[in-house]
Design a protein around this ligand. Structure first.
Ligand code: ZN
Length: 190
């Protein structure tokens, strides 16, 4: 089932998401739905808060980058209760987008190497280091679990200049091909 994606301005996107345990109801279904939603919207990653579930769950399929970044070819993973416990290296810029911000992209600085702990969909523990584009996608999605959005990491002047566009996104004044919920949309408006 395809889930509607929350647009910028929705309060769930600002909450710190909660850890879950294996008793979380219908977790497999939620993960399936998140994958389906991600593929349908051409996303490479999706965090549960973006589909209005304030829990620490991320789905990633970075294979869209495989042509330029071969290491992403088979990178399809589920991260539950992740913790990025170390970031290293000199910050580098990458042009990020976000399903909660249709049509809006920004160059964002982040460190290139991360160390992350998580459990997979079977609640098996993992502890790995990632770099490059995979680290980047994980950092972006992980921020969602902390209630942080990529616009928070924009250059302050650029962010100020983007205020109008960001308000338009909250109001649903965007061209979009996937299902979304716009927090500031007026009733009766499409
Ligand atoms: Zn995002």
């Amino acid at each position: 089932m395809i889930l509607p994606v929350l647009a910028y301005g929705h309060p769930t996107l600002r909450k710190v998401a909660k850890e879950i345990d294996p008793s979380f109801p219908e977790l497999k279904t939620l993960i399936e739905n998140m994958h389906e939603t991600m593929y349908q919207s051409d996303g490479v990653g999706l965090a549960a808060p973006q589909v209005n579930q304030s829990i620490r769950l991320i789905t990633i399929d970075a294979s869209a980058f495989a042509e330029t970044h071969p290491e992403t070819a088979d990178f399809k993973k589920v991260f539950i209760n992740p913790a990025i416990y170390r970031e290293e290296g000199e910050e580098w810029s990458f042009n990020e987008g976000c399903l909660s911000f249709p049509g809006f992209r920004q160059d964002i600085l982040r460190k290139p190497v991360i160390h992350i702990r998580w459990v997979d969909e079977d609640f098996h523990p993992h502890d790995e280091q990632f770099d490059g584009i995979i680290a980047r996608v994980l950092q972006h999605e992980y921020d969602h679990l902390e209630g942080i959005l990529f616009v928070d990491r924009m250059n302050p002047l650029k962010r100020m200049l983007s205020k109008g566009r960001l308000t338009d996104i909250s109001k649903g004044k965007v061209d979009i091909f996937y299902k979304m919920i716009f927090p500031m949309q007026k009733k009766g408006r499409k």
